[in-house]
Design a protein around this ligand. Structure first.
Ligand code: PLP
Length: 394
């Protein structure tokens, strides 16, 4: 098969074809290689591969053809030179941190990130002498003020969970580079189908493949995307030594998920936009957070930075926790679960689940109020989703 330059192709094409290298069997679909090790032609060849003198598979902790196909495909989608696939989204963040940081280094991170990301930076990196300062996502003065001579990394998740606040990636990238630091963006909510942070100046992209890349709630996985030099020299050696590897079976499921990424993300956004507009007109709703609404505080930025609003909508019901729980319990079809990025619509109460480990004061500061509900809008009929949410009388 002729080797094509996937950078010349559109995202929908890359998502289906990039990274596949047909074997002599001529298979049409991507094969799974469930093998832990590989056979060498001679002792000399084994030595040459282990030392990196010649390329080729060595051991599936760090070289597997199915995993490599997933890596090449995701790299093409993000417009990155290199991708490293790992066992989960958290393993991606941990591998990036272990690869890049050392004791005495400092990180600046947005406050609205995934809960385990906060714990990883605070508790575990903290234990190894890496300090993290948390700042409000949209407070650029606070981002700038947090810098120290030892700051090596800025980390941001945009849109934020569950309030869908948007950070200006280009502005943060410029700030990071002024201070010779790197900017990492967790692109889990938008995926490359809606937002391409490397084009906006980011240095690294983090993915939880568990969410929209799989798209159907089956496997746990993650990835880091960025420049060849940075990933090859600083992060890949950690994968080889630390071992948070993606299994070839999971890589294959993610490859199948990626094939429909473009159409799924368009459909998620379309459903979410309709739901958000409908929620804004319900008497029992106080406010709706969705980047595709004109009422969103960063609506203009979202329009510039993202192709559409994405699949996550959050809203506050009147009547606090009692009303929120009543609404959640009144639904008959929606799944009560904190997962997201699935074709099935999920509904969750952030204050008592994803953000339940924060103190009340921390929740208040983060804007996670008791009446807040988050919906990860799936691909069921929007009429059925609305009907399911209408059955409660609050
Ligand atoms: C789920 C999630 C993660 C962690 O990913 P896992 O695959 O669950 O380890 C990180 N960031 C964001 C934004 C997420 O939603």
């Amino acid at each position: 098969m002729e080797e094509l330059d996937w950078n010349e192709f559109h995202l929908d094409t890359q998502a289906i074809r990039a990274g596949q290298h047909r074997t002599p069997e001529g298979e049409h679909a991507e094969p799974i290689f469930p093998t832990s090790s590989y056979v060498f032609g001679s002792a000399a060849e084994a030595a040459a591969r282990f030392s990196g003198k010649i390329p080729g598979n060595i051991y599936s902790r760090f070289t597997n053809p199915t995993v490599r196909t997933f890596e090449e495909r995701l790299a093409a989608l993000e417009g990155g030179e290199r991708c490293i696939a790992v066992a989960s989204g958290m393993a991606a963040i941990a591998s990036m941190a272990f690869g890049l940081l050392k004791a005495g280094d400092h990180v600046v991170c947005s406050r609205g990130v995934f809960g385990n990301t906060v714990l990883l930076f605070q508790n575990y990196l903290g234990k190894f002498g890496v300090e993290t300062t948390f700042v409000d996502l949209t407070d650029y003065t606070a981002w700038a003020a947090a810098f120290r001579p030892s700051t090596k990394l800025m980390f941001v998740e945009t849109p934020s969970n569950p309030l869908t606040e948007i950070a200006d990636i280009r502005r943060l990238a410029d700030l990071a580079h002024q201070h010779e630091a790197l900017l990492a963006v967790d692109n889990c909510f938008c995926t490359p189908a809606l937002q391409r942070p490397l084009e906006l100046g980011a240095d690294l992209i983090i993915h939880s493949a568990t969410k929209y890349l799989d798209g159907q709630g089956r496997c746990v996985g993650g990835a880091i995307v960025g420049g060849q030099e940075l990933l090859e020299k600083q992060i890949y050696p950690f994968l080889r030594t630390g071992g948070p590897s993606m299994s070839p079976f999971n890589a294959w499921v993610f490859l199948k998920g990626l094939e429909t990424l473009g159409i799924r993300m368009r459909a998620h956004s379309e459903n979410a936009q309709l739901l958000a507009e409908w929620l804004e007109h319900q008497s029992w709703v106080d406010r709706v957070n969705y980047p595709g609404l004109k009422s969103h505080p960063q609506y203009e930025l979202a329009k510039r930075q993202q192709k559409s609003g994405g699949g996550i909508v959050s809203f506050e019901v009147k009547g606090g926790r009692e009303a929120a729980w009543k609404l959640i319990d009144s639904t008959r079809m929606l799944s009560i679960t904190a997962n997201l990025g699935d074709v099935k619509t999920t509904i969750t109460h952030p204050a008592t689940t994803t953000h339940g480990r924060l103190t009340e004061a921390e929740r208040e500061a983060a804007g996670i109020r008791e009446g807040l509900i988050r919906i990860a809008v799936g691909l069921e009929s929007i009429d059925d989703i609305k009907r399911d949410l209408s059955s409660a009388t609050l």
